[in-house]
Design a protein around this ligand. Structure first.
Ligand SMILES: Cc1cc2nc3c(=O)[nH]c(=O)nc-3n(C[C@H](O)[C@H](O)[C@H](O)COP(=O)(O)OP(=O)(O)OC[C@H]3O[C@@H](n4cnc5c(N)ncnc54)[C@H](O)[C@@H]3O)c2cc1C
Length: 383
């Protein structure tokens, strides 16, 4: 049933990049949308991430997910332009390629075979010998053997994108509100609305975009709860001169992402540690060890920031998108390592699903995808 025929407002729960992008898309299509978050919008994983837009670099193995990521990468320039035009904040998209580095013969051979694999998919790459790599990224250690640049990939300033989306949503009439305790109300068949700090709000459609917390939203019937597990990632920033590092660059054990505000991001650890968001000595050590092994020149820079965030992980690494057995209740969660990349395509396809239009691209990511026997996820009402 389409949103229009139900006639109710859309409530999006969770104001990360996923929830905000969906709200913005629906509002631009004419829907009345409210977004609720128990915290500050755009401040959870969407703030903690590195903003890499790099499906090939990430080696996304599942073909359906890779196709979805590539569609999103293609949609990024237009998406960013629409967000900037609506809200006036430029999220600083940069798609000038991602550099991969090799420090020995074996790594160099691996990059050669990556280049061949990508060429078979019509992805443009260029092998860089030692001297061309140095002229591209002169900060790398003198022991670097060569590299590969994957064209068309890049990064966005995800923190700016969060602020840009909040502004764009508000300009398009979306109410972005805080509610510390929120409970979904459904009957046997369909959603009715949400109980917020300020009372009950009726809704024709509700989208669960709660990231790593998506299996803990109170009031959602058990058969509609997605199995999501938080996967911790720690990062740090160095204060580096402008354009010291020019491209997002992968070195063994870490990646480096330059920002135009003087920060050079170094990321990221991957760990299953529950809902713990503390930065550890081990995490910082691992990141600095990887970065300084590749480029000793980074050692004189000041560590300006450290942080950690929770990626929304799923048992098979695929997100959960689209309708649930309860009419009007939709999922947009479980984007794991690629939620920033996947925001545009998730917004478009989720908006289609909410409007009752066909959304074939999200079928592989349905809650009831065939052959899956989800492990039981322990649920609590508050995490
Ligand atoms: C260290 C790190 C590096 C990363 N790097 C990249 C990268 O380079 N590229 C990339 O594409 N992705 C990256 N990711 C992954 C990406 O950040 C996530 O996949 C993405 O941000 C998920 O967005 P989201 O909106 O689903 O979740 P979140 O941003 O976590 O937002 C969920 C929101 O839901 C709210 N919420 C939760 N429960 C409730 C409730 N009960 N009621 C109300 N509100 C609730 C939270 O407060 C939060 O604001 C990285 C992640 C981390 C941690």
């Amino acid at each position: 049933m389409s949103m229009d025929s139900r006639g109710g407002d859309v409530v999006v729960i969770g104001a990360g990049l996923i929830g905000l992008a969906i709200a913005f898309e629906l509002a631009e299509r004419g829907a009345t949308v409210r977004v609720y978050d128990r915290g500050e919008p755009g401040r959870a994983a969407s703030w903690a991430g590195a903003g890499m837009l790099a499906p090939y670099t990430e080696r996304v193995a599942n073909e359906a997910l890779l196709g979805f990521c590539v569609s999103s990468l293609r949609e990024y320039p237009r998406f960013v332009e629409r967000v900037r035009a609506a809200g006036g904040i430029d999220p600083r998209l940069c798609l000038d390629g991602v550099v991969h580095t090799a420090f020995n013969e074996a790594d160099l051979n691996r990059l050669q075979s990556d280049a061949q694999e990508l060429a078979a998919r019509n992805v443009a790459t260029e092998m860089l010998d030692r001297s061309s790599l140095f002229s591209t990224e002169p900060w790398l250690g003198s022991h670097v053997a060569g590299g590969l640049i994957v064209s068309g990939e890049g990064c966005v300033d995800n923190r700016r994108l969060g602020r840009a989306l909040v502004s764009a949503c508000q300009t398009r009439g979306v109410a972005v509100e805080r509610s510390s305790a929120l409970r979904v109300e459904c009957d046997e068949r369909r959603v009715l609305g949400v109980h917020t700090d300020l009372g009950f709000v009726a809704a024709g459609a509700i989208v669960n975009a709660c990231g790593a917390w998506a299996s803990h939203v109170p009031g959602i019937p058990a058969r509609c709860v997605p199995p999501i597990e938080p996967i911790k990632g720690e990062m740090l920033a160095l204060g580096a001169p402008d354009e010291f590092v020019r491209h997002a660059t992968w070195v063994p054990g870490a990646y480096l992402v330059p920002r135009d505000d003087g920060r050079l991001l170094v990321g990221a650890t991957v760990e299953s540690a529950g809902f713990d968001e503390r930065v550890t000595a081990r995490g910082v050590h691992e990141l600095l060890h990887a970065a300084l092994s590749a480029a000793p020149s980074l050692g004189s820079f000041v560590v300006t920031e450290t942080w950690a965030g929770l990626r929304p992980g799923t048992p098979d690494g695929l997100p959960f998108l689209g309708p649930t057995p309860i009419e009007g209740l939709f999922l947009a969660c479980g984007h794991y390592r690629n939620g920033i990349l996947l925001a545009p395509v998730t917004a478009r396809t989720t908006a289609d699903a909410v409007e009752g239009k066909p959304a074939p691209e999200i079928l592989p990511f349905s809650l009831t995808r065939a052959g899956t026997d989800w492990p039981l996820v322990e649920r609590t009402t508050r995490v």
